[in-house]
Design a protein around this ligand. Structure first.
Ligand code: MLT
Length: 211
């Protein structure tokens, strides 16, 4: 069911397995709150799913923040939208009595999740960043020791050079995160390899989470 909270339209699916970490689903450009629900169910069976729709429209396509061109971000807008999304997560955690979620983001959604890890380090308990890029040229200082992050990049991704996600991995490691950066034989679109990597990563975090 679609609902509204803290300025966001979103979908929430209750978890069915106690102790499974809630998942924050963050869609790519042109997606919406329905887009990643099936992916979330496969990657994290039994977890609660929280899936907001990006508030920005680019030629009618929802996004989580504005960009000036493909891969060129409006960083002032990103900063403000990252805070708004973090505040939405706080409100949703109160509404549904949720633990801190693991983000599962694709493309534009992965980019705002990466921004949130560095700008609002207390919001996420981990992140799966599928086809993520460096969100900030000069990211904020943050300390996120013990936060596990999976980055899955496409070896033939036409919208970013291989150095870009490698730089993101380095930025997150400098801030203390445990980053597993995998490069899959794919373009920008997702493949079964991404699904398998994400599922294994979430399962491992779920085991470590306190009941
Ligand atoms: C972005 O704008 O976040 C990236 O270019 C990825 C995308 O196309 O959404």
């Amino acid at each position: 069911m679609t609902d509204n909270l803290a300025g966001f339209t979103y979908r929430f699916e209750k978890g069915s397995a106690a102790g499974s970490p809630p998942i924050l689903l963050l869609h790519g450009t042109g997606g919406d709150e329905n887009d990643l629900i099936d992916l979330g169910r496969v990657v994290a069976p039994g977890s609660a799913l929280l899936s907001p729709r990006g508030q920005v429209l680019e030629h009618g396509m929802p996004r989580f923040f504005r960009r000036l061109a493909e891969g060129v971000f409006d960083e002032a807008d990103l900063k403000q939208r990252t805070d708004a999304l973090a505040d939405f997560v706080i409100a949703a955690r109160k509404r549904y009595a949720l633990e801190a979620p693991i983000a599962l983001g694709f493309s534009n959604g992965a980019n705002i999740a990466a921004a949130m890890l560095m700008q609002r380090p207390d919001i996420l308990s981990g992140a799966v960043l599928l086809r993520a890029m460096v969100p900030y040229g000069g990211p904020p200082a943050a300390s996120i020791p013990g936060t596990s992050v999976l980055i899955a990049s496409g070896a033939q991704d036409p919208i970013m050079p291989a150095s870009n996600p490698a730089q993101l991995a380095a930025q997150l490691r400098e801030r203390g995160a445990a980053v597993d950066h995998r490069i899959v034989p794919a373009g920008h679109g997702l493949t079964q390899a991404d699904v398998n990597l994400a599922a294994a990563f979430v399962k491992n975090i779920a085991v470590k989470a306190p009941a």
